[in-house]
Structures are given as C-alpha cells and as structure tokens.
Design a protein. Structure first.
Length: 545
C-alpha cells in the first residue's frame, strides 16, 4: 500500500510540475545575470504577480544561457535567447548554453544551443518567416535556418567595423522588409526574400520600432526619425529638451518601445550618454507631439535611487501597460535590489514587484505570444476578375498579441498562373492579373510573428477585357521586345503606374522613368507587363534577353 501511495505522490508531483511549466499567462524577464558568477537566466512573472525564478534552468536540469544574456525574442513556437559570449567561466552551478539558445516558448524545454553564431558576440534576433530568422551580432547579421536549426552565412555588407564601432543593434520585421540598426552606419534595410541590403539610411541611430499605423521610427540622441516603410524617405522630429539614453557601449536593446494598441512610442530620457534620467517620454505618432513628463521612475528619494537597467522599458501588447525594470544605484551590493513596475497607458503607476535579492541585472521584458492571426470575413473566398484587380490585405487581418501592420502576407501557391497571376505589392495588396479564361485556386499566407494562417481564394478570370486590351495594342506598345537593357513605353495616355510580374505571378522590382524601364537587372525570361493609364489598363508579354 505504501508503494501505491508513493507512486501516486510521484505522479501528482509530476503532473503539478508539468502544469507549472506552461508559461502563457504573463511575461518573461530575460536577465544578463551576474557576470563572472552565473550564466544568463530568465524569470517568468505571471498575471497574478508571482515570480517564477530561473524557469529555463528549472525545466532543463540547471542548464542556462551564455554569458551576459541581453536579448530574447519569441517567434512562432520558439524562444530565442541571445547572449554576448558563449559561457561564463565563473559559473559552477549552471551549465552554459551558448550565444544562442532556443527553447519551446511555452514549456521552456531546450531545443538547441550554439556557442558560435558566425564568429561574433550575440546582440539580437528577429524572425523573418516561418523558415528563417536573422541573428544580429557584433560583426554583422547572419541567417538562421529555423527548419534545420543551423546558423548560416553573413548577409553581405552587414559586417565591418570593430566590435564596438560596427555592431548590430535591434532589428524589426515589417510586412515587406527587415530594418536593422548598425552602429555608426545607420539603418540597414534588408530584402528578406533575397537576404540582401537594398539601402542604408545613414545616421547615428540607437534603436528602431514600428508603430501601430505601420510607420517605422528610429531614435537618435535628440531626434525621432520617421522612415517610410516602402520608399525609405525620412522625416526627423526634434525631441524638445531631453535626450535618449544610448546603449552602444555595454550594448543593450534600449528603452525605445511602441504600443500595439495606440499610435504611441515610449522611451526613457537621459542626463547624458552614460546616466539615465528619471522620466518616461511619450510620443504621439499621429499628432507628432512629445510628453517628456509622461511618467516618473519610482524610488527617487534618499541617497540611493532606482535606475533603469538593460532595455528597461517595454509595452505589453495585450494590456497596453508599460513594464519598467529598475535596479538600485550605488554599485556593489546595491544591485541586489531589483524591481518590476507596471504603469497604465495614462502614465499611472499601478503595481510594483520587488524581486528576490540577487544580482539579476535584468535585460528586457519579453511577452508571450499565444494567439494566431485572424483573417476576417472581408477576405473574399471567391472573386471574378476581367482586369487587374487589387484586394487590400492590411484591413482583413488582426492579431491580439502582435502588431497587425507587421503581418507578412505572401502567395503560397497558385494552381493556374497562366490563367491569373497573383502577387503582393508594396502596399500589402493582393494584385490579381488575368491572362486568360478559367479558374485558379490561390493560397495566401498571413504570418504574424511566426504564426501562420492560410486562406484560399478562388479566382475566375474572364478574357473579355483582355480581348479589348489586345485591340488597344496599337494605342500602347513596348519596344524593343525582346529587351536587353532599356524598354520604352509608347502611349498617347498618361501612365499612372507600371508593374512587371514573372510567370509565377511574383511582382519584380523595376524603375519606370520618362517613359522607360530599365530591365537590365532582370533574369532572362518571360514577364507580364501591366500599365495603368488614366484611361485604361494594358497588359503585354515582355521577353528579357
């Protein structure tokens, strides 16, 4: 009987442990931990305010991350922890995990660990699509294969500069591009389809975010800079009186944060490049206005004051609350004192939690990602097209715990590209171009932070207008065709836009100016050129030699 009781107790204990090891109802705090003594760790703060310490180490038999863990990101069902070095030699209690450690985002079970991530020290991670991510390091950006769990090659031109003069900062994925901060150089804009840098926005930037309305914002010492996510044009707005606290020296992700629910940005001010201020600053993206006294950091009385540490400030995507982590000034044993504060979106301090005394050196809050994107009924299941037709995909998808504007839309499959081609343009619109009579089943993927939902649209292509377009060939022509370098457009009408699609229905980049298109960079093959004028839509086959 005692044996039965013992086995039952073990079973109940195991079930209880498993139940406690599902981390969905709260947020994580990634800790760089005590350099020279312990490797990086992560705590979990549940929605009741209870703190579960070292949840990764608890689940994985005292394993830890690398030395000085500064960054964490959840993408899909995986949690990516980035540390500066592979191991802390002074740690005798926890087994180091490397510069990159990957765990199940809900259970913290270890999936993989990497000591080497291209030869540099770790900085950041961003998911690109369900098959790959980018690792930011002290010597450039490396491709990471999510399917095979392999570190790939350096993205060309993202390296260069010394460890503390050319390092990569944080990165964001918009629906079309990846924007990455590179110290001293500026913002690298990367085409995620080709893993190439398409342009660099020069300037000394610290961090970058995307606002609720889809606009991209980077921050400098005393400016916030709006970056058009499609054409990369910039507009700077001077911060009236305060400065932003830079973090390139002992790098951390920085306090620059955006709300998912309101069109607002937040950050912590500074006294100078090395000393933080005591104010949380709010920027209204819609009205372009600053509130430099939005909220005050607690604990500003007495000799030793609370100061932000690491990234320090993040916005909860579900509750729109601000999470601020602080430690105590004075060095040494003062760093045993650490707090997590919660503010509502009006700047009112609503909760404070003091952590158990330890040298946690908290780096950044990371929020759970439990929801998948939802596609509304506004997305049509069937559509008839007899000319170039666009369907706005920005308005049909949402996600309760991620930014809707950042959802990546893609054409997953097209059963009859010869009947109708399908492509996603720079405005997140599905462009359907008919080429003949018939039906095609087109599958569209909606990727929100690694969680993918697919929708099928049945397209019926009618050729009546195509016949009209054939009649209008005398009014619209392209030459020479086949073309090698320059293609000329001849028409009596004002051309509003030119689009070129390959035979798989994918939109290719071309520049149209003064009635000419430079096709020199296109691979040899057959393309469909679509021209919109103020009177009609024309389509012609283009052959590139």
């Amino acid at each position: 009987m005692k044996k039965v009781y013992f086995l039952a107790a073990v079973f109940l204990s195991t079930c209880f442990a498993n139940a406690q090891s599902v981390f969905t109802d709260g947020f994580f705090m990634v800790n760089e931990d005590w350099f020279g003594h312990t490797n990086g760790s992560v705590n979990f703060i549940n929605n009741n305010g209870n703190v579960n310490y070292r949840v990764y180490s608890t689940v994985n038999n005292n394993q830890a991350f690398g030395a000085t863990t500064q960054y964490g990101a959840i993408y899909g069902d995986k949690f990516y922890f980035i540390s500066k070095q592979a191991a802390d030699g002074g740690d005798t209690q926890y087994t180091p995990g490397g510069r990159l450690v990957i765990a199940n985002a809900q259970t913290m079970q270890k999936i993989a660990g990497f000591n080497t991530i291209g030869g540099g020290d770790g900085r950041s991670f961003v998911g690109v699509n369900e098959h790959k991510g980018y690792i930011g390091t002290s010597n450039g950006i490396y491709v990471f294969n999510i399917d095979n769990l392999q570190v790939g090659s350096l993205i060309p031109t993202t390296g260069g500069g010394s460890q503390y003069a050319g390092q990569i900062g944080n990165m964001i994925r918009t629906s079309q591009y990846v924007f990455a901060v590179k110290q001293s150089a500026g913002i690298l804009v990367i085409n995620p389809n080709t893993d190439t840098v398409v342009t660099t926005i020069s300037g000394s930037f610290h961090s970058i975010v995307q606002a609720k309305d889809g606009s991209v914002w980077a921050i400098q010492d005393q400016k916030v800079v709006n970056i058009n996510p499609s054409n990369f044009a910039t507009t700077a707005y001077n911060i009236p009186t305060t400065k932003y606290l830079g973090s390139w020296g002992a790098w951390n992700a920085g306090s620059f944060s955006a709300s998912n629910q309101n069109n607002t940005l937040y950050w912590i001010n500074s006294v100078n490049s090395f000393v933080s201020g005591t104010q949380i600053v709010k920027f209204d993206v819609t009205n372009k206005t600053f509130n430099e006294n939005f909220a005050v950091i607690p604990g500003q009385t007495g000799t030793y004051k609370q100061i932000p540490y690491g990234a320090a400030l993040r916005v909860n995507p579900i509750t729109d609350e601000l999470i601020l982590n602080t430690t105590e000034s004075g060095f040494g044993a003062h760093y045993l004192n650490n707090w997590i504060h919660t503010y509502n979106n009006s700047g009112v301090l609503t909760n404070t939690k003091k952590l158990d005394d330890y040298y946690w050196f908290p780096a950044m809050a990371v929020f759970t990602d439990n929801a998948a994107p939802v596609v509304s009924n506004a997305f049509p299941a069937e559509v008839n097209v007899n000319s170039v037709t666009t369907i706005d995909l920005k308005t049909v998808v949402s996600d309760t715990d991620n930014l809707a504007a950042a959802v990546v839309k893609s054409v997953k499959s097209n059963t009859k590209p010869s009947i109708v081609s399908a492509a996603i343009n720079a405005n997140d619109e599905l462009v359907l171009t008919p080429h003949g009579n018939g039906n095609s089943e087109i599958v569209i993927g909606f990727n929100s932070n690694g969680k993918v939902v697919e929708k099928t649209i049945t397209v019926t292509s009618l050729s009546s207008v195509l016949s009209t377009a054939e009649v209008k060939k005398l009014e619209f022509s392209i030459y020479p065709n086949p073309a090698t370098d320059i293609l000329n457009i001849r028409t009596q009408e004002k051309v509003l836009s030119i689009s070129v699609y390959d035979m798989a229905g994918k939109l290719v980049n071309v520049q149209f100016s003064n009635g000419q298109i430079n096709v020199g960079m296109l691979p040899k093959g057959v393309y469909i050129l679509t021209a919109k004028t103020d009177k009609a839509v024309y389509q012609q086959k283009l052959i590139k030699n």
